[in-house]
Design a protein around this ligand. Structure first.
Ligand code: MG
Length: 339
């Protein structure tokens, strides 16, 4: 087995501003795992919020690769090995290897990943398309321009959140979700969400600080829209303690360490009567496609990372009238775009 990796810079079509900062370029990492004549592809999209940078991914990958046994298609052993090498964190680095192993296994068996998981590709949900923070007028313009997507996710967490939603609601009849990225206090959240309920909003993501589970519970009890946790729910062991505080959770490969753990999270969330959204960071079609293979299992998808990127080097899942369309080639079904 041979593992090779290197930097993958993705330039955003327009600056991606959320409540805690602005991103122009995603400094990701791509990886190739060669084994028995086949090559599995993977990608890490490290997030500083979760303690990772490109440098930490590059320095973690050799130890993670070493933790793999002789047969990289033993996915359960691989995940155990990754978590033994790094019991906490390094989730994006783990996710890159994990998705490369799923790609390898699918290619080895000659079937797409969704099929080896027993999932129906017709059951994929629609994905939202994100409108990043800007002036209300500019966000309304972007919402109008995004007419091909029937579902929009509106970033909030400003002093003028209601103006934003009012301007966007006037500009489009799309289904709207909002994401405050932990910017509100519980009191502000209840007040804002109560006002937002007049604008036909589907759900609210991460209204309050990541560590404030009681705040989430309070908001859920007093605000009239469904509340989803993103920053508050990172990996498997977060689920039992967040159950009862929210209506659903946003699972991301780059938070939890890959498809193998994401699958366990989906089933654990179901056992706790939570709804499930699959989300992403700024990622190419490689990592987005990996997540999309799990999407027939979830209620909501926010897998728009590659749509926000100007120089996506890969081709995989596509979006038709908002719906995720999975590739049917073996493995992840991702190919490098011809240049
Ligand atoms: Mg979010």
């Amino acid at each position: 087995m041979n593992v090779e990796f290197g930097p993958l810079d993705l330039t955003l079509r327009s600056p991606f501003r959320i409540a805690r900062g602005t991103q122009h370029v995603a400094h990701n990492v791509q990886i190739e795992v060669a084994y028995d004549g086949l090559v599995g592809l993977g990608e890490a999209a490290p997030s500083a919020f979760y303690g990772e940078r490109r440098e930490t991914v590059l320095s973690a990958l050799p130890s993670l690769a070493e933790a793999l046994g002789d047969d990289p298609t033993f996915l359960e052993d691989a995940t155990t090995g990754f978590d033994r090498a790094f019991p906490h964190g390094n989730a994006a680095a783990k996710a890159a290897l994990d998705m490369a192993l799923y790609d390898l296994l699918g290619k080895r068996l000659g079937m797409p990943v969704y099929r080896l998981l027993g999932l129906n590709p017709a059951a994929t949900p629609r994905t939202s398309f994100t409108i990043a923070l800007d002036t209300p007028a500019e966000m309304a313009r972007k919402a109008r321009d995004a007419g091909e997507y029937p579902l929009l996710k509106i970033k909030l967490g400003t002093a003028y959140d209601l103006e934003i939603v009012r301007a966007i609601r006037d500009a489009t009849s799309a289904t709207l979700r909002v994401d405050a990225n932990a910017a509100w206090t519980p009191k502000e959240a209840i007040r804002t969400i109560t006002a937002l309920a007049d604008y036909d909003i589907e759900l609210v993501e991460q209204p309050v600080a990541a560590g404030d589970l009681e705040g989430l519970r309070l908001v859920r009890e007093h605000a009239p829209l469904p509340v989803f946790a993103d920053e508050s729910c990172v990996t498997l062991e977060d689920i039992p303690r967040i159950a009862g505080c929210v209506d659903g959770i946003n699972i991301k490969l780059m938070k939890c360490g890959g498809l193998h753990t994401a699958l366990k999270m989906i089933h654990t969330a179901r056992a706790h009567h939570l709804q499930v959204m699959l989300g992403c960071m700024i990622e190419s079609s490689l990592a987005i496609t990996a997540a999309a293979h799990l999407s027939p299992l979830v209620d909501y998808a926010d897998l728009d990372g590659a749509l926000l990127v100007a120089d996506d080097p890969f081709r995989g899942v596509t979006v038709e009238h908002g719906k995720l369309v999975l590739p049917d080639a073996p493995g992840l079904g991702v190919h490098r775009r011809a240049t």
